[in-house]
Design a protein around this ligand. Structure first.
Ligand code: ADP
Ligand code: MG
Ligand code: ZN
Length: 497
């Protein structure tokens, strides 16, 4: 990386940039942000959205994802004139970008960014330690015709300049250029880049190659990761495929969580997965945060006895009429980080827990598993947090919801008749949603294992919910590993051949 930064710096005279996150000058960025804020150029997202980002576009198919899965036609895509115009604008407003990257097409558009696929024109000039494909490609055997009449293969290759040979044969290298909207707060942008920088080297996390800034416009450069649209493959996934998908997601979560970082926005569009290679990478750290930062003590971190006493005192001190709301509610309103996407928010986020942990990502990953097993996307489809609470309560029932609320000092009351006392098991829900309940069919052994894992991920109490590290040892996530050949076995196979 150091080489890349140094090399890029030499050529960057015409740029007003901070190229490597580590080299970013915080003071300058913050300083400018303040100036801009005074002019009203920056919208404070946090204020405007009440500290959450309700990514409607992303939950619904409206997220403009790449659906073209074949690489062959990608260089000649038919591009909408408006997108073409936006690409031109980005290239001309960002001096120097054109010489480094050839924009190909738009691959994603969310609430806070537009992502383009581009060819990395100066790939060979930089340190590419981020490139996991590099090693395999570099050593692919040369085409047979190079070996023709020469007496040895080495002679054949020596006839041409080796670097030219490599250059000619190398496939174009692609990157994803994430253009972060200028309306995002500078703190948020810096936070995303800083966390990505901290996460470099983490398995299954898409690394940050570099980033550029031109006045208020920041672009992040990431390796392009080929992936398919979740909606195109999730219905066809077998339980084993599901196990492999989730193993990849949970290994990303395990590395992110081991650095005490919460992603906060785990959902299919932020986990890019290639069903062909069965590999995935986690992207979009736009809402991520460090655990423990910006926290106030919550009852869920007290022991059960203390929680009970505090709750009893709170009920006794309350002036509210039983079973209703006081006309003048004098209770202070509760503020908590609610960042995330509807349908994927953990119950503690809905209950406005003030001491949220990495476990909230595990819940969201559980929602992805429930989506795959039930063949329904989106599984939860609420308009707001109250509806989201009703959806969860319908599954878990009043009794467990009340207990879940009390963990964070909240009471849960409802008169909605569809919310029963005990709710339903995930086993029943999966049978219903896959139309098997009438036929008397039961779940397969593998599906039951998946349900056992699901129960551990979608546990209402975050302290009892499985951690990403523990999840990797669960039999469900180990299912796909059975097929893997150990290095010893591989060696044996070679010797036997
Ligand atoms: N490295 C990448 N390779 C390929 N596609 C990507 C990459 N990063 C992002 N995308 C595409 O762009 C979309 C939006 O990117 P994301 O980082 O999630 O931005 P946003 O904050 O706008 O949601 C993703 O859902 C994905 O389809
Ligand atoms: Mg996203
Ligand atoms: Zn709490």
């Amino acid at each position: 990386m150091a080489t890349a930064v140094a090399a890029r710096r030499r050529r960057a005279d015409s740029f007003r940039i901070h190229e490597d996150v580590a080299a970013m000058d915080d003071a300058e960025m913050h300083g400018e942000a303040l100036k801009e804020e005074e002019n009203g150029t920056y919208r404070d997202d946090e204020e405007e959205n009440g500290t959450y980002r309700d990514d409607e576009e992303e939950v619904e198919p409206a997220d403009d994802q790449e659906s073209n899965y074949s690489e062959s036609s990608e260089d000649e895509p038919v591009i909408d004139v408006n997108i073409q115009h936006d690409m031109e604008k980005l290239q001309s407003s960002f001096s120097g970008l054109r010489h480094r990257y050839r924009l190909i097409k738009r691959i994603g558009e969310g609430t806070f960014s537009t992502v383009y696929k581009a060819e990395d024109l100066q790939y060979d000039h930089f340190d590419n330690s981020w490139d996991i494909e590099k090693e395999n490609e570099k050593w692919t055997p040369p085409p047979l015709k190079s070996f023709t009449s020469q007496s040895t293969t080495t002679l054949g290759l020596a006839a041409e300049d080796p670097s030219q040979h490599l250059q000619r044969r190398r496939k174009p290298k692609y990157v994803a250029i994430k253009k972060i909207y200028v309306t995002s707060s500078p703190t948020r942008i810096l936070n995303e880049l800083e966390l990505l920088h901290d996460l470099r080297g983490c398995s299954s996390v898409c690394p940050l190659i570099t980033s550029f800034r031109q006045t208020d416009q920041v672009v992040a450069i990431l390796p392009y990761f080929r992936h398919a649209d979740f909606r195109e493959y999730f219905r066809k996934m077998t339980v084993r495929d599901t196990s492999i998908y989730l193993r990849s997601l949970f290994s990303a979560l395990a590395s992110v969580h081991s650095r005490n970082i919460l992603h906060r926005d785990i959902k299919p569009t932020n986990f890019l997965y290639d069903p062909l290679t069965q590999r995935g990478v986690l992207v979009d750290f736009g809402l991520a945060e460090r655990e423990g930062l910006d926290c106030k003590p919550c009852l869920c971190h007290e022991d059960a006895l203390m929680r009970k006493t505090r709750l009893r005192n709170a009920v006794m001190g309350s002036t509210a009429p039983a079973g209703g709301y006081p006309k003048q509610d004098t209770r202070p309103s509760r503020r908590a980080n609610r960042a995330g996407t509807r349908g994927f928010r953990a119950p503690e986020v809905l209950f406005k827990c003030t001491e949220q942990t990495t476990k909230l990502d595990i819940w969201s990953a559980g929602v992805i598993l429930l989506t795959i097993l039930s063949r329904r996307f989106p599984f939860f489809n609420s308009a707001d947090d109250v509806e989201a609470m009703i959806e969860i309560a319908t599954i878990f029932g009043q009794k467990r919801m009340k207990a879940a609320g009390q963990l964070h000092g909240c009471s849960f009351e409802t008169t909605i008749p569809t919310i029963g006392t005990f709710g339903f098991s995930f086993e029943r829900i999966v049978l219903w949603s896959t139309c098997r309940s009438d036929t008397g069919e039961t779940l397969s052994k593998d599906e039951k294992l998946a349900i056992d894992f699901l129960n551990k991920c979608m546990e209402l109490d975050p302290s009892r919910r499985i951690s990403a590290q523990e999840a990797l040892s669960h039999d469900f996530l180990r299912m796909g590993l059975e097929d893997e050949v150990s290095p010893e076995e591989e060696e044996m196979d070679i010797m036997m051949a």
